[in-house]
Design a protein around this ligand. Structure first.
Ligand SMILES: [Zn+2]
Length: 358
């Protein structure tokens, strides 16, 4: 616990959602809240022995999406469901809106290596072409860029900082659903304890050994760029090195997500998540069978009423009665449409939990 306090500079504890297994860090005052990822269970405190090794935060991408944009996104989400459950109203979603952070690994490492590569240098070749332009020959000058390749060999001894690597098993699907977090320029800030006030922080579930295999190619990319710069080359190819990595230091970059939910017909909470910077939205969509059945019942009642009127009028106004009879049949067929639409819509929605790779 003391380690957490030292790292995060706030009195925080670890919590787990027994339903989706997401582990969070949060202040003790945040207990007994529903899991902001799946909304299927309340968070429970993790015993000290069960807490995974937690690494300190270093950088935070702040929430920058204005509230009115959050509202607009939720409006569109609600409008995208035909016959949405009655609880799916933007006001409800806004009342339940919460914030959380999801992590990405940041790793620093010293690298020593001998490297070799082919460095490419641009040079210009001027050629002259003779062309006959109708009544005389003319000379045209043409400039072409070519590349001269030279072998280069060197020594690299550097320390690289904040190379990123996925910290969650769900990283790929999360990145697909939430999109880029737009981390260019001064978008990320140095961690301050107030950033996590009343905000849950997801704990990495991908260990640093696994993540290291994703980080290594990024170190190589950096090394290639540096070698090219040092050799003043316009191009580089066939880069080879045998790096020796030492003094690795792992920290976290926190990415902002908004989370909210609505309740379906069976009062099951359905989560909706938004990228806290761009507003990209993803959520479980469920249409309301209850509303569909109500419409069907009303249409069927109307059809029944028309049928009775048609029968009563048959001997007095047969033409009108037949017309009414046809309308009754059309209404009868139309009555089942809402149920068909809703059941087909709900069948198409596969996952019950966001970012569930199944
Ligand atoms: Zn959960």
């Amino acid at each position: 616990m003391d380690e957490l306090l030292t790292q995060w500079q706030r009195p925080i504890q670890a919590f787990i959602c027994e339903k989706c297994d997401w582990v969070y860090l949060a202040e003790t005052s945040n207990t007994a809240v529903a899991c902001p990822h799946c909304y299927q269970a309340k968070l429970t405190v993790l015993e000290a022995d069960d807490i995974p090794k937690v690494y300190p935060p270093e950088l935070v991408a702040e929430f920058i999406l204005p509230v009115e944009n959050v509202r607009k996104q939720l409006d569109q989400f609600a409008a995208s469901i035909t016959l949405a459950p009655t609880d799916l109203k933007t006001d409800n979603l806004m009342t339940r809106l919460r914030q959380m952070y999801v992590p990405i690994w940041l790793v620093d490492s010293s690298v020593r290596s001998i490297w070799q590569a082919e460095m490419g240098y641009n040079y210009k070749v001027v050629s002259h072409q003779e062309q006959y332009t109708g009544n005389q020959w003319q000379t045209f000058e043409q400039t072409e860029t070519k590349v001269r390749w030279e072998q280069r060999l060197g020594k690299l001894n550097r320390r690289y900082h904040n190379i990123t690597a996925p910290a969650l098993e769900e990283h790929t699907i999360l990145a697909k659903k939430m999109g880029s977090f737009d981390l260019k320029g001064d978008a990320v800030k140095k961690y301050q304890p107030q950033y996590i006030e009343k905000i849950l922080v997801r704990v990495p579930n991908r260990d640093t050994v696994d993540a290291w295999s994703d980080a290594q190619p990024r170190f190589q990319e950096n090394a290639i760029q540096e070698c090219q710069k040092a050799g003043a080359g316009d191009h580089i190819r066939q880069f080879q090195w045998s790096p020796d990595f030492t003094d690795q230091n792992w920290t976290q970059l926190l990415l902002p997500l908004y989370s909210t939910c609505y309740y379906d017909d069976d009062h099951v909470a359905r989560p909706i998540l938004l990228n806290g910077r761009t507003g990209q939205i993803d959520g479980i969509k469920r249409a309301s069978m209850r509303r569909a059945k109500k419409i069907t019942r009303n249409l069927a009642l109307l059809a029944g009423l028309f049928f009775i009127i048609a029968l009563a009028l048959f001997f007095y106004r047969p033409g009108f009665a037949i017309l009414l009879g046809m309308l009754t049949i059309a209404l009868g067929i139309g009555a089942i449409t809402p149920i068909a639409i809703v059941s087909q819509f709900n069948r198409r929605q596969k996952n019950d939990i966001p970012f569930d790779p199944r």
